[in-house]
Design a protein around this ligand. Structure first.
Ligand code: NDP
Length: 246
């Protein structure tokens, strides 16, 4: 399938975890992918090298999502290198889980900078380069709908903010034929959420499907939303969580 031939995508945090699956899926379907990283340079460059070696096109770019200028620069690099942006996938995210009494202002600043502000900044920087038919897809969390357990206040707040952003931006960009959607994964096997912990057992016990999902499960939905088939879907949040919130 070459659904994304001649399309250019940015995947933030595309070198590790779910981001790798999204990057690989879009590239496998013909997209040129710019994947950003902050700490995981080797992994991100490895992902890009593998895509390039197999006939695709990818570029790993250092861009700390907590730094607005770095995001703006990554968008500028994409334009310099590839001339446009058809899809922006806001995937990079962090989790801070602790008792509420132990929270600090720094925790708040950190999580909001990466999980929320970066999404706003990347969308703002990219939108002027996104043509009709373009896509902005953000990775939220099922926890925006159901927090499920203690110690999740900050993360849940940050991911809930993305639903409002998505609805508003869909209205702003509808007349440009750009769709804006939020994908809300449940438990997915990555470094952020290992399936072999006590907490994982609790989550599995609450899931209709009882098993963690994979990055490929999320990448499949992202690819659908990015494709022509997804052209009538905008301003919505789609939860993909093995029935955890059911
Ligand atoms: P991982 O921790 O496995 O990977 C996180 C990714 O985000 C890495 O590529 C990382 O790159 C990047 N990232 C983190 N901080 C920054 C930063 N400051 N600047 C740039 N990139 C950054 O997590 P997942 O793959 O699981 O998470 C991906 C997304 O999915 C996140 O938004 C997360 O909140 C969300 N999610 C995950 C769930 C799960 O169960 N795994 C469930 C629901 C949502 P680097 O190492 O270079 O910093």
């Amino acid at each position: 399938m070459e659904r994304f031939k001649n399309k250019v995508a940015i995947v933030t945090g595309g070198g590790r975890g779910m981001g790798v699956a999204i990057t690989n899926r879009l590239a496998a379907e013909g997209a040129t992918v710019v994947l950003t990283y902050s700490k995981s340079r080797d992994q991100a460059e490895g992902v890009a090298a593998k895509i390039n070696a197999s006939g695709g096109r990818a570029l790993a770019v250092e861009a700390d999502s907590a730094n607005p200028q770095a995001i703006i620069d990554a968008v500028a690099t994409t334009i310099t290198e590839f001339g446009k942006i058809d899809m922006l996938v806001n995937n990079a995210g962090i989790y801070i889980g602790k008792d509420f009494e132990d929270h600090t202002l720094e925790d708040y600043e950190q999580i909001m900078a990466v999980n929320v502000r970066a999404v706003y900044v990347a969308s703002l920087a990219a939108v002027k380069h996104i043509p009709a038919g373009g896509r902005i897809i953000t990775i939220g969390s099922n926890m925006a709908v159901s927090a499920l357990s203690p110690q999740t206040t900050l993360y849940t707040m940050s991911k809930a903010a993305l639903a409002g952003f998505t609805r508003g931006l869909a209205r702003d960009l509808g007349n440009k034929e750009i769709t804006v959607n939020l994908v809300q994964p449940g438990p997915i096997d990555t470094d952020m959420n290992r399936p072999d912990t006590d907490h994982a057992d609790f989550l599995k016990s609450r899931m209709a499907l009882s098993e963690y999902g994979t990055g490929d499960d999320i990448a499949g939905l992202v690819a659908y939303l990015a494709s022509d088939e997804g052209k009538f879907i905008t301003g919505t949040a789609i939860t993909i969580d093995g029935g955890l919130n059911a």
